[in-house]
Design a protein around this ligand. Structure first.
Ligand SMILES: *[C@@H]1O[C@H](CO)[C@@H](O)[C@H](O)[C@H]1NC(C)=O
Ligand SMILES: *[C@@H]1O[C@H](CO)[C@@H](O)[C@H](O)[C@H]1NC(C)=O
Ligand SMILES: *[C@@H]1O[C@H](CO)[C@@H](O)[C@H](O)[C@H]1NC(C)=O
Length: 535
């Protein structure tokens, strides 16, 4: 554990190790990344070669011991406990202390007490969910600021109504939502929003200004010192999706004009972002990977980069086997199904549905007792119907039905091809105690599927997904249950709405007063050791 250095990290080494193990054990991909490419020389023709051979042998021995330690059979809790003794992820059993602005891992791993003072917070967000199904960013904004208002802070939101109308201001206790008329393109008219904000600021100054992505443009944000922007995906990480989409072309199939355009423009988007991100003072990365990219590629100093992973409403998404059973009954899942796989979201190509469709079609040739439930809407909904009686499309579900859906499945699969941000569905499924199978994007691997107890990863191609599905089937339902318990424990520390809210609160406090950047304060809680073992 490095404590004296410039960078403070309590989880780096364990997450790194966990990630390495996940590649070996998750079995999903059958690929061992980072395996040393060593080979012993057949004859020791010189002293140099002998020395080299000894070195290799020693490091192999060390590597094996460490690998054995990591792969020894332990249930999820056993491993979590040992992680804690190590002071590792997620919450560093050994008490972490220091300056939060030097922390280069997720704040979610810490435990924050009640706020030592209440803040006045302004939020700019492009849309506020009013009716309809909100997108990921809007849901994040809503969940987060409800928690902040619930903790007693006065929150003022400057936004446009999701349904395109101009509703009256909404006031729910400490949460005030000020709507402005959408501009001609239906977006947030920043001039109006800014005027409303200045008016409120002149009556009583805001402690912090928060922008979800670029809702408050950089040229407006530039002069505000108490300014933080949250990034739910940056152009640099999208390069990975671009590569994936290009690789999906069949041999000889030409690039579409659209793909050609996207590929040729992406790097310009990156440098453009690097330039204008400087206009914002504080940056919240919603995944560990983006935190790293912001420091390296985007050249933002570590003390202005804060990793706060998304959380989901833990009162809505929680394990409940009774609703799971009735959901299965209601939707006619066969009683003799040995494994129920679930997918949810928009059923479009970008979300990887062509891959899942193809991989699952192959699986049911050999496994007549696995079942696929697909929640959501989109062009691929119709295709899945072809896989009846082994698959069923459920259409769009409300958040309440979605919670029932997660409880009805054995494992949640998210084959997304978009490397941007962290999908809420992953966190919701974990909160409901379900393991995950997802694409091996860095954001997912470094922040969510950090080891094989949480689930499986696969490379975004049909073969790799098929292999991962076969591992899941081989491991079986009971193993999924055990992994699911681990997921629930991990998520109840890392991915609750309350934890996300408390972490943002602390960041905002720290932006106001340096003393609050210290961790722990006397009001802070002990790291939640028990939450691992009580669910
Ligand atoms: C808000 O008000 C405070 C106090 O008057 C002032 O210092 C600050 O510059 C104002 N913020 C903006 C963005 O104008
Ligand atoms: C920001 O401050 C600089 C000087 O400090 C000033 O020239 C510029 O007009 C300000 N920009 C905005 C958008 O207020
Ligand atoms: C499951 O049960 C149904 C009837 O309820 C039957 O048609 C089907 O063949 C069974 N599947 C397996 C794999 O046993």
């Amino acid at each position: 554990m490095v404590m004296g250095g410039e960078r403070a990290s309590f989880s780096e080494d364990v997450v790194a190790r966990a990630t390495r193990v996940s590649h070996k054990e998750a079995g999903g991909t059958g690929r061992v990344r980072g395996a040393p490419g060593w080979s012993l020389p057949r004859v020791f023709g010189s002293t140099w070669q002998l020395v080299w051979a000894i070195l290799v042998a020693t490091s192999f021995l060390l590597y094996s011991v460490y690998f054995l330690w990591w792969t020894q059979p332990m249930d999820g809790y056993g491993r979590l406990n040992s992680m804690q003794q190590e002071g590792g992820c997620p919450s560093g059993g050994r008490e972490w202390s220091g300056n939060l602005r030097k922390l280069d891992s997720a704040w979610n791993g810490l435990c924050f007490g009640p706020p030592p003072e209440l803040l006045r917070i302004a939020l700019f967000v492009k849309k506020w969910p009013v009716g309809g199904v909100p997108g990921g960013l809007e849901r994040h904004a809503l969940t987060l600021h409800k928690v902040l208002a619930g903790r007693g802070h006065e929150v003022h939101v400057y936004t446009v109504s999701g349904d395109g109308t101009l509703p009256e201001e909404i006031t729910q206790e400490q949460l005030h939502v000020h709507f402005v008329k959408p501009n001609a393109a239906g977006n947030l008219d920043i001039k109006q929003a800014w005027e409303k904000f200045l008016e409120a600021n002149s009556s009583k100054a805001f402690d912090v200004v928060h922008s979800e992505s670029v809702a408050l443009p950089h040229w407006r944000a530039r002069n505000i010192s108490n300014m933080a922007a949250s990034w739910h995906g940056v152009a640099y990480e999208v390069i990975h999706s671009d590569v994936v989409l290009d690789l999906m072309r069949k041999p000889g199939e030409p690039r579409s004009a659209e793909l050609q355009k996207v590929l040729s423009e992406r790097l310009f988007k990156v440098t453009e972002e690097v330039r204008f991100f400087r206009g914002y003072r504080h940056h919240v990365a919603t995944s560990d990977y983006v935190g790293d990219v912001l420091q390296t590629i985007y050249e933002i100093p570590l003390e202005n980069v804060h990793i706060i992973l998304n959380g989901v409403d833990e009162s809505k998404f929680r394990p409940d086997s009774t609703v799971g059973v009735s959901f299965r009954e209601k939707h006619g899942v066969p009683l003799n199904a040995s494994l129920v796989i679930g997918a949810a979201g928009r059923l479009v190509k970008d979300k990887g549905h062509p891959l899942l469709f193809e991989a699952f079609s192959a699986i049911i040739k050999d496994h007549k007792d696995v079942y696929l439930l697909v929640a959501g809407q989109g062009p691929w909904g119709e295709r899945y119907k072809e896989l009846a009686p082994y698959a069923k499309t459920l259409g769009s579900l409300t958040p309440l039905q979605l919670a029932e859906f997660y409880n009805a499945i054995d494992i949640f699969v998210n084959p997304t091809l978009r490397a941007q941000g962290l999908d809420h569905t992953l966190l919701e499924a974990m909160q409901c105690g379900k393991p995950l199978l997802a694409t091996h994007f860095s954001s997912i691997m470094k922040s969510v599927i950090v080891n094989s107890d949480i689930g499986y990863i696969f490379a975004p191609n049909v073969d790799s997904l098929g292999e991962a599905l076969r591992s899941v089937i081989r491991d079986g339902k009971d193993n999924m249950k055990m992994k699911g318990k681990f997921c629930r424990s991990y998520a109840s520390v890392m991915f609750t709405a309350t934890k996300m809210g408390a972490a943002y609160e602390r960041l905002f406090l720290c932006m106001k007063k340096d003393a609050y950047c210290h961790y722990p304060l006397t009001t802070d809680c002990k790291i939640e050791t028990n939450s691992y073992i009580t669910h």
